[in-house]
Design a protein around this ligand. Structure first.
Ligand code: DGJ
Length: 446
């Protein structure tokens, strides 16, 4: 199966997006906002030719501000479309409320889009589920109500639509366990209990592969990551298998928590959150290919990888050339300075500001002929994002750089067109603000 999928990729390898990389844990800048994507605890739904990524806006921490929606045609470059629901003056969507893990389902009978999410008070004591309805996937939604489904506590949640169009709501009931609930035909109300796992798991995500249901979930450790598990069954009402790990044991699911598993062509992509509870806005996304075969699921870590958005095939990241910041031509006050956690123990500081400090890498070699992804290792000791203008052969775009949190250089990615041969990559400031310190830049060779 794996081999076939790799061959399949070879045949479709001419498609333009084939070398864009998914870099787990990096700053992912939305193409039209220049800001890190704020869509945590998310789900993804395909509607027409586009995928829509719907998740929590953590710009201001845990308190609800927005459920954001981004769109993409290749699952790598995302544009901000708007908020489905935003904070109101009072009520469930008012100030100091918790709204987490929004998931949208499309109801083919009614034509409506139905959103379910965890609704709570700031101390997580209410433990309810909320529902909203929309006429278009990424438009404004009308918030309907919250409740304890069938009278039970409900915190983390997810949704699942079966092949026959029946909808299910997955809820975490702290007293009794993780639940599968059947929804009404219009998906707007919870009609019955289908299954309850006695073991304690949360952050549920379900897929069905060749007649086998897979339930992915995490253990309960708050914002800290743990080894996540899955359980399988050929019937939603069970019996369900015992829980198994799908990532390397002890890796804490590569420092992430399950949010969603997306079916793409013949493949599946695990979508997890790497939460940073001390500053939630700098939480990143850990997306990795998950191999599903029979009744087993397994996932390996990767610094970077390539997804064919048509077939769902995945392959390793490209060969790259690496350029140390200290080899760049520095201008307008940018300087090479000591950085003990950086490669070569140096990084370029004073990018941006006035006059706009810059670092130019003038001999960046590549034989890539398609749009591709540059990985930039940076430092940002602030609590907020910094920004840089990244220009490749004179064409500039803005990239965001999340705070590094004191853990050494972090990564940010930009998707650019490179030319075969020698390219010039310049990192400069944006709007007179200070940019990130640059440790090094990785450029695909092919
Ligand atoms: C774990 C949950 O999975 C998250 O969505 C969030 O509710 C945190 N707990 C809060 O501690």
């Amino acid at each position: 199966m794996r081999l076939l999928r790799l061959v399949g990729f070879g045949l479709s390898g001419l498609i333009v997006n084939a070398t864009l990389q998914i870099v787990p844990g990096a700053t992912w800048t939305a193409t039209n906002t220049g800001q890190h994507i704020q869509a945590h605890g998310a789900g993804i739904i395909k509607d027409g030719e586009k995928w829509y990524w719907i998740g929590e806006d953590k710009t201001n921490g845990t308190a609800f501000t927005n459920i954001n929606c981004y769109s993409s045609t290749n699952l790598v470059e995302w544009s901000y479309e708007g908020a489905l629901i935003s904070r109101t003056a009072s009520g469930d969507t008012g100030p100091d409320r918790v709204i987490e893990r929004p998931k949208v389902m499309h109801n083919k009978r009614t034509g409506k889009y139905v959103l379910w999410a965890h609704i709570d008070s700031a101390d997580y004591g209410e433990a309810k589920i909320g529902v909203a309805i929309g006429d278009s996937v990424c438009g404004k939604y009308s918030y309907l109500r919250s409740e304890r489904p069938l009278g039970f506590e409900s915190r983390d949640s997810g949704v699942f639509v079966d092949d026959d169009g029946k909808g299910y709501l997955l809820t975490e009931d702290r007293r009794n366990g993780l639940r599968i609930n059947a929804l009404s035909d219009d998906y707007l109300s919870v009609s019955s209990n289908v299954y309850v796992w006695k073991e304690k798991y949360e952050s549920p995500a379900m897929i069905k592969h060749e007649g086998v249901y897979f339930m992915f979930a995490s253990q309960l450790t708050g914002w800290s990551p743990n080894d996540n598990y899955y359980s399988t069954s050929t019937s939603l009402s069970g019996p369900w298998s015992s829980w198994q790990k799908f990532a390397d044991s002890g890796s804490n699911t590569y420092a992430s928590q399950t949010s969603f598993v997306l079916s793409v062509g013949d493949g599946y992509v695990y979508m997890g959150d790497r939460w940073h509870s001390e500053n939630l806005m700098r939480s990143t996304y850990v997306w990795l290919p998950v191999e599903i075969s029979g009744t087993t699921a397994s996932m390996k870590n990767a610094v970077n990888w390539i997804l064919d958005p048509g077939t769902g095939a995945s392959r390793a990241g490209p060969k790259e050339n690496m350029y140390e910041g200290e080899t760049a031509e520095l201008a307008n006050g940018a300087i090479s300075q000591a950085c003990s956690s950086c490669s070569g123990s140096k990084a370029i500081g004073y990018i941006g500001g006035v006059p706009s400090g810059s670092a130019t890498f003038s001999k960046v070699e590549s034989s890539a002929t398609t749009r591709t992804t540059l990985r930039i290792k940076h430092l940002n000791g602030d609590k907020q994002q910094r920004y840089a203008a990244i220009s490749v052969n004179g064409k500039s775009q803005r990239a965001a750089f999340l705070p590094d949190g004191g853990g050494g250089p972090a990564s940010s990615v930009v998707h650019v067109n490179v030319e075969q041969g020698v390219n010039e990559v310049k990192v400069g400031g944006v709007d007179e603000g200070w940019g990130p310190d640059i440790d090094r830049v990785f450029v695909p060779v092919e």
